[in-house]
Design a protein around this ligand. Sequence first.
Ligand code: OGA
Ligand code: NI
Length: 358
Amino acid sequence: MLSWPEQVVRVQSLSESGIRTIPNRYIKPLTERSVFKPGSQVHQHADIPVIDLHNLFHKDPALHLDTLSRISAACRDWGFFQAVNHGVSHELMRRACQVWSDFFNLPLEVKQEYANTPATYEGYGSRLGVEKGAILDWSDYFFLHYLPVSLRNQNKWPEQPSSCREVVAEYGGEVVKLCRILLRAMSTDLGLEENYIENAFGGDNMGACLRVNMYPKCPQPELTLGLSSHSDPGGITILLPDRGLARLQVLNDGDWITVNPVPDSLIVIVGDQIQVLSNAIYKSVEHRVVVSSAKDGVSLAMFFNPKSDLVIEPAKEVVSEERPPLYEAMTFDRYRLHMRMKGPCGKARLESLKFNTP
Ligand code: OGA
Ligand code: NI
């Protein structure tokens, strides 16, 4: 049975203890630190893709195709976009954020009842990876399974606040619908059958997990990160970002760009399995989270993944003699182990799947 290599420290407790300097364990090497200064240097990039999904269902084929081509360009050039008119109720989004921020404000003893281990990661956690002495991120989180139904166990979800389980169930349901719509659009754009990606991920047995990230205030935000650079290992992620501050940064053409969330948008992040399946026509995006000395923040990341024992490989339809398969076939279970053991490592895991070219 896997366990943590050293005593777990809750970052929120550290933050609330009033320390003025952060422990060495959270200090990142210079090259990994962010130049971000809250409030003053939010790098607004005019070309960050914002896509209105409403017309995806328009009867006028021109409007439908226009939306599809925007999704296509965003997935090829960025590996991410902000979605508006995405169909998820804004009121439900607010309730979901509220219930989780209330959860993190419960007394420590209550949260500790859900303390997780690296065996499954389900529950209340404060680190990714099990390497003793690793430099850690400035965040806590709660991780739970939503799909497949066989892995869903509401007893592992917080019992308090009293509406938490109900809100998670409702929010999950709406985000799953959005996910299916996006996977169909992506399949179509890649020249695959509409249900291709969904089926490759296991259809009704596709995995969906929620990670709620809590980014406590940090007295020395420039020295650390809320979440180190990584690409999401799974298929796609639908992220409800923190409303208060622009914290998410994405790597594009070698530059880190701060995403200033459009109100009520959801962020769609392309993960490694879609890069593999599309044979790198779509790119997974490297991203990280910066912290602030002024405000805590909560974000909800819903990950959609292949069922854990399915083998994912480049689709036959996207490979050819001119474009041979770039990646080795692998089950998601095996692929994900790397992040679970070593923590966030940029795109190193995906690189390791590449066939050696002479
Ligand atoms: C993640 C993630 C970003 C955020 O949970 O994988 O990238 O803004 N989260 O919390
Ligand atoms: Ni991520």
